[in-house]
Write a protein that binds this ligand. Structure first.
Ligand code: NAP
Length: 496
C-alpha cells in the first residue's frame, strides 16, 4: 500500500514529505496541497507546499552535490541507476496504486507505467556509458588553409543543475525520462512533480534514495506549479529545464534565462485515412490512439481526417468499437475512467457543446457523471468548430471528412501544434510523401501516434516543443561539448 513498508518514512500523518538533502522533510510553511481523487472527487492525499527558502536550499545543495557527482566514474553512476530501476520495479504495486488514486489511470496501465520507467532508467544507464564514454578527435588540415598542427579532442560535459517538471498523465515515466539522462550525464536534478501525480513521484524518488545516490544530488519540491513554478524556473542556479506539459511551457520558455530547454508540449495529432487503407486496422488504431487513458495522452489521435468515400464505413467500424469500451473506475481496469479534474471535464464539455451548436453529428449520446465522460465520436465536424483545432485531453474524438489528401495535409499543417500525426494507406510511396508534407515531429505510417519505445527520438514542431526527447537525445541535450586543442609547433603527419 502507498506510504507503507519501505515508504513509511515519506509520510507524516496524512501529509507526504518533500525530499531535500537526502532526507524526507516537512515544509516550514506548515501548509499542504490537497490531491483530489478524480474518480471520487474527494481529497485522496496531501503533499507539502514548499517555500521559496526551501527551493533556495535545494538549489544550493544541488549545485554543490553536482560537483562531486561529475567526478564519479560513469560506470558507478550507471550502477546506481540500475539499482534504482530494480527497486522501482520491485515496488511497482504501491506506486501503481497511487497512480490509480491520483490520476485515475487504469490499474494495469499504472503497473505498466512503473515497469516501463524502470526499463527506461536501465536503458539510459547503458546508453550513457556508451555515448558519454566516447568523444571525437579532429585534425586541423581538413579545413582549407590549415596544416596538421592542431589536434582537437571533444567530450561531453554536464550542464549543472537540471530542473525537471513532468505533467500529470505520465508522472512517473516522464519524470524518470528526465532524471535518468540528467544523472548519467553527471548533472544534479531538482524535480517538481505535477500536483496530480505528486505522490507517485515521491514514491519513485524514494527508490532513488534507497539506491544510495549522494545527498543533495536529487531533490523533490512539491507545491502548486502556479505558486512555486516561476520561482523554480527562473532560479539562477538552474542550468537546464526539461518540461513536459501544456501551454505553461510556452510561458516558461519566454521567462527562462540563457539555458538549454527541453519542452514537450501539447498536440493535435491528425490521423489521415486514404481510400485504400485497411479500415479495420484504422478503426483499431483510432480506438487505441484516441481513447486509451481516456484520451489524456499528448500523442492521442485528436482529429481524424478521412476521405469522404470511405468515411461512412470507417465511422461505422469505430462506432461499433466505441460501444465495447468499458466506462467506470480505474481500479476495475475500465477503458474509460474519470478525467483528471473537474475543470478538465468542464473544458471538454465546452468543446462538445460548441460542436453540438454548430451541427456536428453525435455518434453516441453525450453523457457525463462528475469527472467521468463517456466516449464520444463526433462525425461531420467542420473547421469552424473548436474541437477541430483544440486539444480536448478527454475521450472525445472529432472526424472531419476530406475530399483530397491535400485538404488533410492542409488541416494538419494549419494547427499551431506539430507533435505527431499518422497516415493510413497501403501505398508506401504516398505515405512517404504525406509524411514529408506533414509539419509534425513524427509521422507514424499505419499506426496510431505514440511516444515509445522510449529510446526513439520524440519531438514536436511549432507550439509542440523545443528540442528532442528519447534516451539518447535527452542525454545529449543535458550535456555540452567541451574541446581541448593540442597545438604542435610544426605540422605532423602520420606516415602509416
Ligand atoms: P500543465 O498544466 O502544463 O502542467 C505541467 C506541469 O507544469 C505540472 O507539473 C504543473 O504543476 C507545472 N506547472 C504549472 N504551472 C507552472 C509554472 N508557472 N511554472 C512551472 N511549472 C508549472 O500540463 P498537464 O495538465 O499536467 O498535462 C497535460 C498537457 O501536457 C497536455 O497539453 C499534453 O498534450 C501535454 N503533454 C505533452 C507531452 C509531450 O511529450 N509532448 C506528454 C504528455 C503531456 P501543477 O500540477 O502543480 O500545476
Amino acid at each position: 500500500m502507498a506510504g507503507t513498508g519501505i515508504f513509511t518514512e515519506i509520510l507524516d500523518g496524512d501529509v507526504y514529505k518533500y525530499y531535500s538533502d537526502g532526507e524526507w522533510k516537512n515544509s516550514s510553511s506548515g501548509k499542504s496541497v490537497a490531491i483530489v481523487n478524480p474518480s471520487t472527487r474527494k481529497t485522496q492525499y496531501k503533499v507539502q507546499a514548499c517555500t521559496q527558502e526551501e527551493v533556495n536550499k535545494v538549489m544550493e545543495m544541488a549545485k554543490s552535490a553536482q560537483k562531486s557527482w561529475a567526478k564519479t566514474p560513469l560506470w558507478k553512476r550507471a550502477e546506481l541507476l540500475h539499482k534504482a530501476a530494480a527497486i522501482l520495479k520491485d515496488n511497482k504495486a504501491p506506486i501503481a496504486e497511487s497512480l490509480v488514486k491520483e490520476i485515475a489511470k487504469p490499474a494495469k496501465d499504472s503497473v505498466t507505467e512503473v515497469v516501463r520507467s524502470g526499463d527506461l532508467i536501465s536503458y539510459c544507464a547503458e546508453e550513457g556509458v556508451r555515448i558519454l564514454g566516447e568523444g571525437k578527435f579532429l585534425l586541423s588540415d581538413s579545413f582549407p588553409g590549415n596544416e596538421r598542427t592542431k589536434y582537437c579532442l571533444t567530450s561531453k560535459i554536464p550542464l549543472g543543475v537540471v530542473l525537471a517538471i513532468p505533467p500529470f498523465n505520465y508522472p512517473v515515466n516522464l519524470a524518470v525520462s528526465k532524471i535518468a539522462p540528467a544523472l548519467i550525464a553527471g548533472n544534479s536534478l531538482v524535480l517538481k512533480p505535477p500536483t496530480q501525480g505528486a505522490v507517485s513521484c515521491l514514491h519513485m524518488v524514494h527508490c532513488f534514495h534507497l539506491a544510495g545516490f549522494p545527498k543533495g544530488l536529487i531533490s523533490c519540491i512539491t507545491g502548486k506549479g502556479s505558486e512555486i513554478g516561476d520561482f523554480l524556473t527562473m532560479h539562477p542556479a538552474v542550468n537546464c529545464i526539461s518540461f513536459t506539459g501544456g501551454d505553461t511551457g510556452i510561458s516558461i520558455s519566454k521567462k527562462a534565462g540563457m539555458i538549454p530547454l527541453q519542452m514537450e508540449l501539447g498536440g493535435k495529432d491528425a490521423c489521415i485515412v486514404l481510400e485504400d487503407a485497411d479500415l479495420d486496422l484504422v478503426a483499431s488504431n483510432i480506438i487505441k490512439g484516441g481513447f486509451s487513458y481516456s484520451g489524456q495522452r499528448c500523442t492521442a489521435v485528436k482529429v481524424v481526417l478521412v476521405m469522404e468515400s470511405v468515411a461512412d464505413e470507417l465511422v461505422e467500424k469505430v462506432k461499433a468499437k466505441v460501444a465495447k469500451l468499458t466506462v467506470g473506475p480505474p481500479e476495475e481496469n475500465c477503458d474509460i475512467t474519470a478525467v483528471v479534474s473537474e475543470s478538465s471535464a468542464n473544458f471538454i464539455e465546452g468543446l462538445v457543446m460548441d460542436a453540438k451548436e454548430k451541427g456536428a453529428t453525435f455518434c453516441q449520446e453525450y453523457k457525463r457523471e462528475g469527472n467521468l465522460i463517456w466516449p464520444l465520436l463526433l462525425d461531420n465536424v467542420r473547421p469552424d468548430m473548436r474541437i477541430a483545432w483544440e486539444e480536448p485531453f478527454g475521450p472525445v474524438l472529432p472526424v472531419l471528412r476530406i475530399n483530397s489528401v491535400e485538404e488533410g495535409i492542409n488541416h494538419c499543417n494549419a494547427s499551431n501544434f506539430g507533435l505527431q500525426g499518422c497516415v493510413f494507406t497501403k501505398d508506401i510511396n504516398k505515405a512517404m510523401m504525406i509524411s514529408d508534407a506533414m509539419e509534425t515531429g513524427t509521422v507514424q505510417i499505419n499506426s496510431a501516434p505514440a511516444r515509445g519505445p522510449d529510446h526513439f527520438p520524440f519531438q514536436g514542431l511549432k507550439d509542440s516543443g523545443i528540442g528532442s526527447q528519447g534516451v539518447t537525445n535527452s542525454i545529449n541535450l543535458m550535456t555540452k561539448v567541451k574541446t581541448t586543442v593540442i597545438n604542435l609547433p610544426t605540422p605532423s603527419y602520420s606516415m602509416g
